[in-house]
Design a protein around this ligand. Structure first.
Ligand SMILES: CC(C)(COP(=O)(O)OP(=O)(O)OC[C@H]1O[C@@H](n2cnc3c(N)ncnc32)[C@H](O)[C@@H]1OP(=O)(O)O)[C@@H](O)C(=O)NCCC(=O)NCCS
Length: 229
């Protein structure tokens, strides 16, 4: 018989007494999804790590793990003239994207989600990558024209909710200086500028500010998330 797996309590999850139950909601969702056991099984006995779920169900959106079959969708989205202005450039060829997604399938250092609406239609992408200790980085965030206007807030809240359920304490990311609506979006969420280069602004946001935003914007994600592995 195999030895019992020691429970890992993700340290980022604040006590249930703060911020009107949001922290408790995150804790319950992590418990229901067996996050602690899954982290232990993948060798992460202390601290957070990326786990790839099949799906995360939100209020009006679903995040689902990207597969090779999503290559042409991702290429079309990332080469859209309007949407690609402030993201790194992508080949218009589908094959390199398929190869990237083939490698991604066995890469435990990132999670690439296709954002879907409840009708199962793709509406965008978002990615978690570049873990630095208990801080996660997110980006590759694109929502196609015509999606419901709540999609940006809900997808951001879902990413934050999931990352806290994994045990992260902080997030970090970069935004192009010229991408003003996006850095303003992050600043409204409580992100703090930590530095800049000629073209980019660097931000981080602490778990306490993430929890405040999950609380402030709770109407966009009223029942939190449900994680399906
Ligand atoms: C990044 C991206 C996904 C953000 O989505 P978006 O729809 O542009 O986000 P917005 O900031 O316009 O927010 C959408 C709506 O929510 C509203 N909103 C945003 N933040 C809000 C907040 N904190 N409180 C209340 N409403 C808010 C906006 O006012 C807007 O409402 P409207 O449609 O009625 O005007 C999208 O701009 C995109 O795909 N950009 C191209 C790729 C890119 O640059 N990605 C970022 C790389 S760092």
């Amino acid at each position: 018989m195999s030895a019992a797996i020691p429970p890992v309590i993700p340290s980022a999850i604040p006590s249930a007494s703060d911020q009107s139950g949001i922290a408790a909601q995150i804790q319950a969702c992590a418990h229901d999804a067996g996050i602690a056991q899954r982290l232990a099984q993948s060798g992460h006995t202390s601290g957070p790590a990326y786990l790839k779920p099949q799906k995360i169900l939100g209020h009006k959106l679903v995040l689902r793990n990207a597969t090779v079959a999503d290559a042409s969708y991702i290429v079309a989205l990332r080469t859209d003239e309007q949407k690609s202005r402030f993201i790194s450039s992508t080949s218009a060829e589908v094959r390199p994207q398929e190869q990237w997604l083939e490698k991604y399938a066995s890469d435990d250092k990132q999670i690439y989600f296709i954002i879907e609406n409840m009708e199962g239609e793709n509406i965008g992408t978002v990615r978690l990558y570049d873990q630095q200790a208990d801080s996660f980085c997110w980006g590759s965030w694109i929502i196609q024209a015509g999606a419901a206007s709540s999609s940006s807030i809900e997808s951001a809240l879902m990413v934050y909710h999931y990352a806290l359920a994994l045990g992260f304490q902080n997030a970090h990311f970069e935004v192009r200086k010229a991408n003003e609506s996006v850095w303003k979006f992050h600043e409204r969420f409580g992100a703090k500028k930590t530095g800049e280069t000629a073209n980019d602004l660097h931000y981080s946001i602490a778990a306490s500010d993430i929890i405040s935003s999950l609380n402030r914007y709770a109407k966009f994600l009223p029942r939190g998330i449900q994680i399906q592995f």
